[in-house]
Design a protein around this ligand. Structure first.
Ligand code: HEM
Length: 435
């Protein structure tokens, strides 16, 4: 018997060979870095599984965007199969079946088949006018087991396939035979309904996390460590691992969330907790804060307060008494101070998303979010529609020629939990943000 590692390498080389000689037009679907369709089922490779007949038949699967990668492992050197059954009774009837085996020369065969009746026959889909939808696969026989791994679209749209469910439960039929010829009867067959575990969170390295951060102003960042004060990702919220559950209603499920810690375990716990509670876009930074800093990306330390001053008609403004210059000047319109909000938002660490097509602006500061639209006197603050100035509907975001968007400063600042003071003598607005 060859050692497992050697067999794995040989199998991978074979895959490489097969893939390189595959004719043009034959599309190889991309495979997740962690998941290898190599005939070996490694620990952690799949995140869904069922074990039947004391482990003599095991089914593994993992969702990969619009695809599913499936691993079948059965105690046989014959055929192994998984089917999706539309029936509660006579489950073979009209079932979508995938049957694979490893021939004596080591070659893996797989059939995308369809059962025409309660006892078969189950010809291949493409002989019935359908399509062969399992084109990426590898198999291996090892220690008396046959392992077949393959990839398929969740919904192939083929009349002879059934969609592979991504939530709820999987109504499966499973079987294996003692010979490669699968016209031979099953040695084991079973049917069942397997609960589909909620999707796992995505693990990303520091580089991917930075890309996500850069392109996603709405990203919520949870630092679940107790060292947030001494260093954290820009805009990260400090939340204790044990406080996350009770605060779930405060988090907007539509916003992607990046979770990290100083160690891995608390971040895994929180990311999984979010996924179990129907958050869909949850990422975990591998290596936590250290990996981020090591990659040279910016971080912040705790600051008790931020103080920003703007003067009407002046390009200079002050952030914590440090003078800065903007390329425009705050103005007064309808009795309200207006300015391009970037100068306030960025000083507070808020993120902006301007959508030119709809002239909408989104402002995010930790859990707070404000949506405004040019020409509209109403805004949406954390999901609630409110008037920007309930006494004056003329107060609204405006575009000032040649094309700068000016926003009412007090409304934005107050909704970002800042205190706003107006000094009419100096024509100066002071915005104070307490952390
Ligand atoms: C290899 C050719 C196959 C033949 C000749 C065959 C034949 C049969 C026959 C005669 C039955 C009814 C008797 C019984 O309950 O054992 C049956 C039932 C069953 N077969 Fe197959 N079968 C084949 C392949 C498969 C495959 C590939 C699967 C799974 C993907 C499968 C899953 C089942 C299941 C779950 C039942 C029980 C159905 C029920 O209780 O309603 N069979 N098969």
């Amino acid at each position: 018997m060859y050692p497992k590692k050697l067999l794995k390498t040989i199998s991978m080389l074979c895959c490489l060979f097969i893939f390189t000689i595959i004719p043009m037009g034959f599309r190889i679907l991309p495979v997740h870095a962690e998941i290898l369709i190599d005939g070996v089922i490694d620990a952690g490779e799949y995140n869904q599984s069922i074990s039947l007949q004391n482990g003599n038949y095991q089914l593994f699967w993992r969702y990969e965007e619009d695809k599913v990668v499936i691993g079948m492992k059965a105690k046989t050197l014959g055929w192994v199969s998984i089917g999706i059954s539309p029936k509660g009774k006579n489950q073979m009837d009209q079932a979508d079946m995938i049957i694979g085996w490893v021939e004596s020369n080591g070659e893996t065969k797989i059939h995308d088949a369809f059962s025409k009746g309660p006892m078969g026959p189950h010809p291949q889909d493409d002989t019935l006018g359908g399509t062969n939808d399992v084109t990426v696969f590898t198999g291996m026989e090892l220690d008396g087991y046959t392992i077949i791994e393959f990839q398929r679209l969740l919904d192939t749209k083929d009349a002879y396939d059934l969609p592979f469910p991504s939530s709820g439960s999987l109504k499966y039929i499973a079987a294996y035979g003692s010979k490669d010829e699968y016209t031979s009867m099953h040695a084991f067959r079973v049917s069942g309904d397997a609960a589909i575990a909620k999707k796992a969170h995505s693990e990303i390295d520091a580089k991917a996390a930075k890309e996500l951060y850069d392109k996603t102003p709405s990203l919520l960042i949870f630092d679940v460590s107790n060292a947030w004060k001494i260093g954290h990702l820009p805009g990260a919220i400090n939340i204790e691992m044990n406080d996350v559950a009770q605060n779930l209603p405060k988090f907007n499920k539509e916003r992607p969330i990046l979770v990290y810690c100083r160690g891995e375990a608390p971040a895994i716990f929180v990311a999984d907790l979010l996924m179990q509670n129907d958050f869909t876009d949850v990422y975990r930074l591998l290596g936590g804060f250290e990996a981020w800093v090591k990659a040279g990306y910016p971080s912040e330390t705790y600051k008790e307060k931020t103080n920003i001053r703007f003067q009407i008609g002046k390009e200079t403004y002050w952030v914590d008494d440090i003078a800065k210059t903007m390329d425009t000047k705050p103005i007064i319109l309808e009795g309200r101070t207006m300015l391009p909000i970037r100068f306030l938002a960025e000083s507070l660490g808020a993120r902006l998303n301007w959508i030119p097509a709809t002239q909408e602006i989104y402002i995010y500061l930790q859990l707070l979010e404000i949506k405004m639209k040019v020409g509209y006197s109403q805004a949406v603050v954390n999901g609630k529609t409110v008037y920007i100035d309930s006494n004056n509907p003329k107060v609204k975001p405006v575009i000032i020629p040649p094309g700068r968007t000016f926003l009412p400063l007090r409304f934005v600042a107050e909704n970002l939990n800042c205190k706003v003071d107006w000094n009419s003598g100096k024509q100066e607005v002071t915005v104070t943000y307490l952390n």
